[in-house]
Write a protein that binds this ligand. Sequence first.
Ligand code: TRP
Length: 454
Amino acid sequence: MSNSDFTPRESFSSKFGVVAAAAGSAVGLGNIWRFPYVVGENGGGAFLLVYLFFIVAIGMPVMLSEFVIGRKAQRNAIGSFKKLAPKTLWYFVGVIGVAAAFLILAFYSTIAGWTLEYIVKAISDSFAGKDMDEIAALFDTFHTGTFWPLFWQIIFMSVTLVIVIAGVKNGIEKYTKILMPVLVVIIIILCIRSVTLPGASEGLSFIFRPDFSGLTAGSILSALGQAFFSLSLGMGTLITYGSYISKKEKLGTTVVQVTAADTIIAMLAGVAIFPAVFAFGIAPEAGPGLVFITLPNIFQEIAGGYLFALIFFILLAIAALTSSISILEVVVAYLKEELYMTRKAAALFAAIVITIMGVLCTLSSGVMEDVKIFDSTFFELMEFTASDILLPLGGLLIVLFIGWYLGSKKTRREVSNEGSLRARHFPVFMFLVRFVAPFAIALVFLYGLGWLQI
Ligand code: TRP
């Protein structure tokens, strides 16, 4: 018996709390920083369609599966499997998740640190009067440096740590409920300005006119990785959050709402970025710096751009924070429940290890840019291993667990709140979980890694 059998388990207090917390986890740098740059690197429209297909056919079923596991077991990512499948090796799925959490937060905090620097740049009006090249140079000087990128990363990790120590109710929920609608409004304003720039139409065709000839096996794997990353899947984040969801919530509805919010925000970010990318003559495949180079140019073209830039980067940092706390929480819930550490000790330990790994990621743009493993910097290696390998692998095992181990009867009971809901689409879900998702993930894997030629 674990200690959580004696203490009442924390849970989210209201319906809005659940959706806000899960959406807060999903919506983050993945939508605004990673989505545009990955779309740009993989040629635009065709990639986007594959991505949307993966969101629906794989992402949504995996999300519901994670919620079912967490809420049914009332445990962390590893403990849930130990409880639902005692004396089996299924808990290893949770182990992969906890390992992925370390890798993801390490590189996530690098980029989150960049957003903090950009708040300061916005306050000091650093973009004013600068042309495209000068704005690009501003980014280059900053992100190849040593002190400031590390400084901001450590600040960001400290804030994440403080909120996670405060706990689920007082921390996570409170900070995720607010401000997201404001972020959406600002992105919509950016979209409007971006599509009305001279030369914008080329950017719109780039994302909305699919050209399948440029789609490679590697791009398809990236689309899958991005779908998992953006929806916070495959790592046990939503198993952990699922364990905090009340038995009365409708899991299916929550999945639809969270997925819709996440996908709409990513699409809006794409519409804000690409017209401007082409209008300003920026390379769409510019990589992780894409949004940091593109957005300041758009702010320059908007009346009141100073204020918009400031609010935007503050909200982006907050969106990153509501995601980073959900990543750290996976590790903390595990250490707390399985290894009986206090929340404080667990959070402190995890944050220190992650920060040390994060330093390597941050310095990958600067003094350590020539340190390569398999031809990649630390940053690239951690990003690829976690998003494109560990998350889909975790997702594959999660759907197999629900579809073939836990089975239809027990799963239906959890999804339908012990039979009190009709769960009309349950057969569709079960079909996706048993057949479509496992087969699709396995195929994309083998093909993407070059082990299968089509
Ligand atoms: N989904 C978040 C984003 O888009 C990042 C994130 C939070 C995440 N928790 C996760 C990614 C778990 C993968 C797994 O920014």
